[in-house]
Write a new protein. Structure first.
Length: 170
């Protein structure tokens, strides 16, 4: 809670940081200003972008971010969280990535498919690696995933297996 300034009447008020107006009357007054009968846009609302905190007029209910750059930033953040195994608890497929990852490890007997080291004897950390890298158009399906240790995964990077002449030890 801090001192805020109403965007309609410029009056200073005390409240939550996400409030834009000092009263319901100011809110209604602003909505009337934004209402445009000629274009027949019935949903116009002034909101703050959750990424950059910039005020923008939201013309549709589904628009959350002020620009494509802000929506791309949140997409990149969610993609990184998904790759790390962090999920939003509201999603039904919360543990899907972790389940697939475990199935890949189980299929490959918890052994690195490049160097042959395993978790029990060599005390290594296993990763799931893409045979055909995603950067080069690879998919996230089970046929394209393989178990690799952290060292082999970092060494391989985004190179195709045929380029490095590595073969799977099945």
């Amino acid at each position: 809670m801090k001192d805020l300034k109403c965007i309609v009447c410029k009056k200073i008020f005390y409240g939550a940081t996400n409030r834009l107006y000092c009263s319901v009357e100011c809110s209604r007054k602003r909505q009337k200003e934004l209402y445009d009968k000629n274009k027949k846009v019935y949903f116009k609302k002034e909101v703050k972008c959750p990424i950059c905190n910039k005020l923008f007029i939201r013309k549709h209910r589904c628009k959350i971010y002020c620009s494509k750059d802000c929506s791309d930033q949140i997409y990149i953040r969610k993609k990184k969280e998904l790759n790390m195994g962090i999920f939003n608890t509201k999603r039904k497929d919360k543990y899907q990535f972790l389940r697939i990852r475990f199935e890949i490890f189980k299929r490959d007997n918890f052994v690195c498919q490049y160097c042959g080291r395993n978790v029990k004897d060599d005390k290594i950390k296993l990763n799931v690696d893409h045979i055909h890298p995603r950067k080069l158009g690879g998919k996230n399906n089970k046929e394209n995933l393989i178990t690799s240790c952290e060292d082999c995964n970092l060494g391989k990077a985004d190179v195709l297996l045929t380029d490095r002449r590595l073969s799977k030890q099945r």
